[in-house]
Design a protein around this ligand. Structure first.
Ligand code: KG4
Ligand code: ZN
Length: 354
C-alpha cells in the first residue's frame, strides 16, 4: 500500500495526481489531482497538433506537479514511487511526462514506474470501484483506441477485438467536424443527438452480424459525410442516427465478446466494464447496462471525469504495479506504440493511433 505521484501527458491533457492506495473509496484514494486541457490550443486545427501538444505539456507539467503536492500538503519525500505514462501516444508529449517523472524519481531517490496509458484506462474502474475483481471484460473506447480486452490481472490482458480503421472516439470527432460542431466532438455530438431522431437517417452498421470480432467505423463516417452533403437531413437527426449506428456496432461486437468469455469456464468474468473517453457517453452507458443484464453481469463504468484522460488513473495503475513489485529502470524508453496484449495477432488495416 503506497502513495504514488501519477503523471499523464500522452495526448492533449497534461495531468498530475497523488493517489493513496490505502483508501477504500475513490474520494480517499485520490488525494489531489490537477488537469490542464489543451482544447483551446488545438481547436483551430480540428484535432491534436503533436508539436503544439508537446510544447504545452513542457510549459505546464513541472509547476503542476508542485501544485498537486502543495494541494495535498505533501512533498516528493512522502511519495513511495513516481508513475508516469511511458506510451502509447504522441511521442513528444510522452517524452515530456516520462523525462519529468525520471527527473523527479532521481532527485527524490524514489522508484520510477512507467505506465502503459491503456493500462491506466483498463485499471481505472478498480480505482473507482474497490469491489471490482479480475477477470473482467473491458470495452476500451477512446479517441485513439477501440478494443475489447479480457483483463485477467495487472499486466495480464487478452485482446479479443480491436478496430480495423478508426477508433470510436475518432468517429465521434469526425462526425462533429462534418457537422461543424468543433473539437473535441464527442460531447457535442451527444448533446445534438438528444434533439434528433436516431432512426431518421439510414446509416450502415459495419461488421454487425459478421463472424469477425473487430470494429470498423470508416464506412459509417463516409455515410455521415454523404448524408450531410445531400442536404436533406437536419444536423440533429444526422448526429442521433450516427450515434445510434455506432452504438449498435459497439453493442453487437461486445455481445460477441461476452459470448466468448462470460460462459467460458475458467474465464468466468465478474463484470462488463467500460473505460476511455467515450465511456463518458450516457447513451452508450445505458445500452451497456441492458447488455450486461442479459448476461447477469453488472456494468462497471467509472465516473466520466475518470473516463477521459487523467493522472489519477496513471497513479492508480502505478499503485497496482507497485503492490505487485513492478518498478522500472531510469533508462526506460518511451514507446509511441505499445499494445496491452503483445501476443494479439495484427488485424488487416489496423494502425494503433495516438
Ligand atoms: O480517453 P480520452 O480522453 O483520450 C484518448 O486517450 O483518446 O478520449 C477522448 C475521446 C475523444 O474522441 C472524445 O470525443 C471522446 O473521447 N468523448 C466522447 C464523449 N466524451 C469524450 N465521445 C462520445 N460521447 C461523449 N460524451
Ligand atoms: Zn486515453
Amino acid at each position: 500500500m503506497a502513495l504514488i505521484l501519477g503523471i499523464e501527458s500522452s495526448c492533449d491533457e497534461t495531468a498530475a495526481a497523488i493517489v493513496d492506495s490505502h483508501g477504500d473509496t475513490l474520494e480517499t484514494r485520490v488525494i489531489a489531482q490537477r488537469i490542464a486541457s489543451q482544447d483551446e490550443a488545438h481547436r483551430p486545427y480540428g484535432g491534436v497538433v503533436p508539436e503544439i501538444a508537446a510544447r504545452a505539456h513542457a510549459e505546464v507539467l513541472a509547476p503542476m506537479v508542485g501544485a498537486v503536492l502543495a494541494d495535498a500538503g505533501m512533498t516528493l519525500d512522502d511519495m513511495d514511487a513516481i508513475a508516469a505514462t511511458a506510451g502509447p501516444g504522441l511521442i513528444g508529449g510522452v517524452m515530456v511526462g516520462l523525462v519529468t517523472g525520471k527527473a523527479l524519481a532521481m532527485a527524490a531517490g524514489k522508484p520510477l514506474i512507467g505506465i502503459n496509458h491503456l493500462e491506466g484506462h483498463a485499471l481505472s474502474p478498480r480505482l473507482a470501484d474497490p469491489a471490482l475483481e479480475f477477470p473482467y471484460l473491458l470495452l476500451l473506447v477512446s479517441g485513439g483506441h477501440c478494443q475489447l480486452l479480457e483483463v485477467r490481472g495487472v499486466g495480464n490482458y487478452r485482446r479479443l477485438a480491436t478496430t480495423i480503421d478508426d477508433a470510436l472516439g475518432e468517429a465521434f470527432d469526425k462526425t462533429a467536424k462534418i457537422l461543424g460542431l468543433g473539437y473535441p466532438g464527442g460531447p457535442a455530438v451527444e448533446r445534438l443527438a438528444r434533439e434528433g431522431d436516431g432512426a431518421a437517417v439510414p446509416l450502415p452498421r459495419p461488421l454487425v452480424g459478421s463472424g469477425e470480432p473487430h470494429f470498423s467505423f470508416a464506412g459509417l463516417k463516409s455515410a455521415v459525410m454523404r448524408a450531410k452533403a445531400g442536404g436533406q437531413y437536419a444536423d440533429a437527426d444526422i448526429a442521433a442516427s450516427f450515434q445510434q449506428a455506432a452504438l449498435d456496432c459497439v453493442i453487437d461486437r461486445t455481445r460477441g465478446a461476452l459470448d466468448a468469455t462470460a460462459g467460458d469456464e475458467g474465464a468466468g468474468i465478474t463484470a462488463l466494464v467500460v473505460a476511455g473517453g467515450v465511456a463518458a457517453n450516457s447513451a452508450l452507458r445505458g445500452a451497456l447496462v441492458s447488455l450486461a443484464a442479459d448476461y447477469g453481469l453488472p456494468l462497471v463504468a467509472p465516473p466520466p471525469k475518470l473516463c477521459t484522460d487523467n493522472a489519477a488513473m496513471i497513479g492508480w495503475a502505478g499503485a497496482e504495479r507497485f503492490a505487485a513489485g513492478h518498478v522500472d529502470p531510469l533508462d526506460l524508453p518511451a514507446r509511441p506504440r505499445w499494445p496491452l496484449d503483445a501476443d494479439a495477432a495484427p488485424v488487416r488495416g489496423a494502425g494503433v493511433k495516438a
